[in-house]
Design a protein around this ligand. Structure first.
Ligand SMILES: *[C@@H]1O[C@H](CO)[C@@H](O)[C@H](O)[C@H]1NC(C)=O
Ligand SMILES: *[C@@H]1O[C@H](CO)[C@@H](O)[C@H](O)[C@H]1NC(C)=O
Ligand SMILES: *[C@@H]1O[C@H](CO)[C@@H](O)[C@H](O)[C@H]1NC(C)=O
Ligand SMILES: *[C@@H]1O[C@H](CO)[C@@H](O)[C@H](O)[C@H]1NC(C)=O
Length: 477
């Protein structure tokens, strides 16, 4: 596990500033193999329209025309198969002793004689070797192609039933050879077609998604996935951007914070299927996006605060810190305008996520005719720490206030006693603000997982500069 983490860190350090590095392990391939086989079986084990028509000319018998309108696949068993990584290329699938059993309706016409019946076709030594190349296209979408293919069945058994089956069964050995050659010729082109469908689906894959009216996240690949024998790594951009602005271009002035190697034993007993390293960069690009979009602003009026909050938005209450305020505007309601004056800074450390918030607050007296008179302007800076966690496929967390500083920038009502104000504000936040935030954070946000998949036993740990998620995957039924 430790080695795995070290390797992941070196992968993080070599790619060009990814926000997120994803590592797939052989266990993920095994999961993919089982899921793929189940899918293949459910897709193939049923009726298939074939509409095969043809004719066979023999000098002795004349022309035999035949039709095979449909086939039904009864058995498709490829348990004896493996998937592994092919260094610098992609993924290899190997199937041995694959069993296929299918039946077909057939019709035949020889001169004036019409005949029909069913046939059964079996093979139990289907062998497939398929290498899937994995890459990236110009827009950061993953790409796949067939890098090598070899597929054949050597033993094919055909049996006819009904009609003049005894006659066709006499021909079966001859037919088997022809069918085998035909089948072996068709297998790889058929597989190429399936890969072509996958490739077409990937071309339409979205590489960004809008989260709310302000922000979207770009999760395109930054380069070709790095395939080694033991694992495959993908460098994902993981950058937030403003909706309608500078998509696909480096608009954030922040350099990606690359983690310093600091391996720690992770609380996982076996190698997980998927490792995700989410760097500070992702959180800071989110902070930058919301800040520049002007989303980090709030107006607070008296009725929005809890009744027992130690500070009330009235001149009577705030006047305790500014005697002139109460003198000039006796017992008037007040309003606060809050905004981030700088982008919040976030950093991930082994003990917690650390955030520094740079806020400003302007207090206004609200006159009976709704005119707002500016009273004073303060800077309020806060340090917070957060502990994220994952449960029930939602990202949750808790926060703590670790520092608060209030300074006076401007006042129209004489000096403000900021030290006392700071103490009372801290108390109020500790009593009401932090529990309120934690209640919302405990509800969490759903994790974006690919359709039909969910995380199984995810473990989240904090490292220097990034958050590491180690998880297995599960198919949602
Ligand atoms: C192949 O796998 C399927 C599903 O996992 C199982 O039902 C079946 O018994 C297996 N067959 C063999 C021959 O191992
Ligand atoms: C806050 O109030 C001011 C003045 O009433 C208004 O101009 C501003 O748009 C409000 N801001 C928000 C975020 O509601
Ligand atoms: C509101 O009242 C104040 C003081 O009574 C006055 O100075 C101001 O002009 C009034 N504003 C409006 C818009 O009526
Ligand atoms: C926040 O933390 C930084 C670094 O530890 C420190 O320099 C700063 O004074 C703190 N600010 C507040 C408001 O506690």
């Amino acid at each position: 596990m430790q080695l795995c983490l070290l390797l992941l860190l070196s992968a993080l350090a070599t790619t060009t500033n990814p926000g997120i590095t994803a590592r797939l392990t052989p266990r993920a391939l095994e999961f993919g193999r089982q899921l793929g086989l189940q899918l293949l079986q459910s897709r193939l084990q049923k009726d298939h329209e074939l509409n095969l028509k043809g004719s066979y000319h023999s000098p002795l018998l004349g022309t035999l025309t035949y039709t095979v309108p449909r086939i039904h696949v009864h058995e498709l068993q490829m348990n004896d198969s493996t998937v592994d990584f092919v260094e610098d290329v992609g993924v290899r699938l190997r199937v041995q002793h694959g069993r296929v059993r299918l039946s077909a309706d057939w019709g035949a016409q020889l001169g004036a004689i019409q005949d029909k019946g069913t046939a059964e076709l079996r093979t139990h030594d289907l062998a497939v070797g398929l290498v899937l190349g994995v890459g990236v296209d110009g827009s950061g979408r993953p790409m796949v192609w067939s890098a090598a293919c070899d597929a054949r069945a050597t033993n094919l058994h055909v049996e006819f039933h009904q009609g003049h089956s005894w006659f066709y069964n006499l021909l079966a050995p001859l037919l088997q050879r022809v069918l085998r050659q035909e089948l072996n010729k068709q297998l790889c082109p058929e597989l190429h077609r399936a890969i072509g469908q996958l490739e077409a689906a990937l071309k339409d894959m979205r590489v960004s998604s809008q989260l709310d009216p302000f922000a979207a996240i770009d999760y395109s690949l930054l380069g070709r996935p790095l395939i080694m024998v033991e694992h495959g790594d993908a460098a994902i951009k993981g950058e937030f951007f403003r909706v309608g602005k500078c998509q696909q271009s480096p608009c954030s002035p922040l350099p990606a914070a690359l983690p310093v190697p600091l391996p720690e034993a992770l609380p996982v007993v076996h190698e997980p299927m998927l490792l995700l390293a989410v760097t500070d960069f992702v959180a800071n690009s989110a902070a930058f996006t919301y800040f520049t979009a002007g989303a980090l602003r709030r107006n607070v009026s008296g009725d929005m605060l809890p009744q027992r909050f130690p500070l009330q938005l009235r001149t009577k209450s705030l006047g305790l810190f500014s005697p002139q305020l109460q003198e000039r505007y006796p017992d008037q309601p007040m309003e606060l305008q809050l905004w981030a004056r700088q982008q919040p800074l976030l950093s991930c450390r082994p003990d917690a996520l650390h955030g520094t918030l740079f806020g400003s607050a302007e207090a206004f007296v609200v006159l009976p005719n709704a005119t707002r008179i500016p009273a004073f302007l303060l800077n309020i800076d806060a340090n917070v720490t957060g502990k994220p966690s994952i449960s029930g496929n939602r990202l949750r967390g808790t926060v703590k206030l670790t520092g608060l500083r209030v300074t006076q920038v401007k006042s129209h009502v004489g000096p403000v006693e900021v030290t006392r104000l700071e103490t009372l504000l801290k108390f109020g936040l500790w009593l009401f603000g932090v529990p309120w935030a934690n209640k919302r954070l405990q509800a969490g946000i759903p994790l974006p997982t690919p359709h039909g998949l969910r995380l199984l036993n995810p473990q989240l740990s904090l490292q220097e500069g990034f958050m590491l998620i180690a998880t297995d995957l599960q198919h949602q039924t």
